[in-house]
Design a protein around this ligand. Structure first.
Ligand code: HEM
Ligand code: HEM
Length: 297
């Protein structure tokens, strides 16, 4: 009887260990396949790859990593503005206005700014709806309705892109002249543009902060526009991997651009007294000019 029991236990142990070993070797096998292990396959889109995993990796990067970090970054910024306003308040004019107005922007420059800015806001809103629409709206609308909204978002995004492109290219050319680094930018950086001190900032026509915004538009903007055009104009023999890379670059860099735009908008509206009128009327008060652009005024 004892011998039978021992034999039975040995049998159960053996079966269990074989099953565990098999499962672990299967998971190792699938892990290798998922990692791109080569072998014979009849799939033609990705030669020798047993499973074409790129779609899954792309979806993971776009819909999990970029979308999640993007949401944290944008909402974190809004919170930071609220905290800054509450603790530091606006950057006020240190001296009373003199009433003397200095021309800062001509009509053509203001037209260029608002044309590009309004189209940017349309692109950003439709883009964010494409990226986050599923998470925000799908629980409340049916799938057919949702597909209809996405289709129109994409159409608006694509049409606006054509017009936006003109504004973007002209803006980058026209304001390059103000954007080269100069020695006085160091002081602006060290004092964070007067955010926590009350002394006049050394700045020419563009401060260091404005130059940073310009170069973000130049580099980040070029990546967003370039990747957008690459996805839209299917004339370069685009491959699946190329389109996936473009989609990742487009989504990631547009989040960075939107974040920088939020800082720009905050700095020129709630953040600083007297800035907005510069781009709405084209003129600024002498006191504002002396405080923020002492080397220009
Ligand atoms: C509601 C949105 C926006 C507001 C209220 C706004 C406001 C302003 C103001 C007041 C200025 C003049 C600053 C000065 O004279 O020193 C300015 C300049 C500028 N804006 Fe905007 N802007 C907005 C959106 C945008 C967008 C979306 C872009 C580009 C994508 C943009 C690009 C620029 C550039 C390149 C300058 C010159 C550099 C600078 O002053 O930072 N703006 N903006
Ligand atoms: C010439 C300009 C542009 C073109 C041609 C363009 C084109 C496109 C295309 C084709 C898509 C769909 C991508 C996909 O399905 O994976 C897209 C999505 C998107 N675009 Fe643009 N775009 C342009 C400018 C912008 C700008 C200025 C922004 C905002 C800063 C922006 C933000 C977005 C976002 C957030 C998405 C969603 C990304 C996703 O769902 O993966 N785009 N764009």
């Amino acid at each position: 009887m004892n011998t039978i029991r021992i034999l039975l236990s040995l049998f159960v142990l053996f079966s269990l260990s074989t099953a565990i070993a098999e499962e672990s070797s299967q998971s190792t096998l699938w892990q290798k396949v998922r990692e791109g292990q080569t072998g014979y396959t009849a799939v033609t889109s990705a030669p020798n790859m047993l499973i074409d995993n790129r779609g899954q990796n792309w979806r993971q990067l776009r819909s999990a990593t970029i979308a999640t970090y993007g949401a944290w970054l944008l909402s974190g910024l809004l919170l930071a503005f609220a905290i800054l306003l509450f603790t530091r308040g606006r950057i006020r004019l240190e001296k009373p206005r003199t009433g003397k107005k200095i021309t800062r922007w001509h009509e053509s420059e203001r037209l260029l700014h608002w044309y590009t800015a309004i189209l940017f806001i349309i692109m950003a809103l439709t883009g964010l709806l494409l990226l986050y629409g599923k998470a925000i709206f799908l629980p409340y609308v049916d799938k057919a309705q949702f597909a209809f909204y996405l289709k129109y978002c994409m159409i608006i995004h694509n049409y606006a892109a054509t017009f936006f492109l003109f504004g973007f290219i002209i803006l980058v050319f026209v304001w390059l002249v103000h954007s080269f680094p100069r020695s006085e930018d160091k002081q602006w950086f060290m004092k964070l543009g007067g955010l926590f001190s009350h002394e006049p900032m050394q700045a020419g026509f563009f401060s260091a902060g404005q130059k940073i915004w310009y170069w973000i538009i130049f580099w980040v903007g070029s990546t967003v526009v370039g990747s957008g055009l690459y996805m839209n104009l299917l004339i370069f023999g685009q491959t699946t991997s190329g389109l996936q890379l473009a989609s990742i670059l487009h989504a990631g860099f547009s989040i960075i651009w939107i974040a920088a735009a939020l800082i720009h908008i905050y700095a020129h509206t709630l953040g600083r007294e007297g800035s907005l009128e510069s781009m709405t009327t084209g003129k600024v008060d002498e006191t504002w000019a002396k405080q923020h652009h002492s080397l220009w005024s």
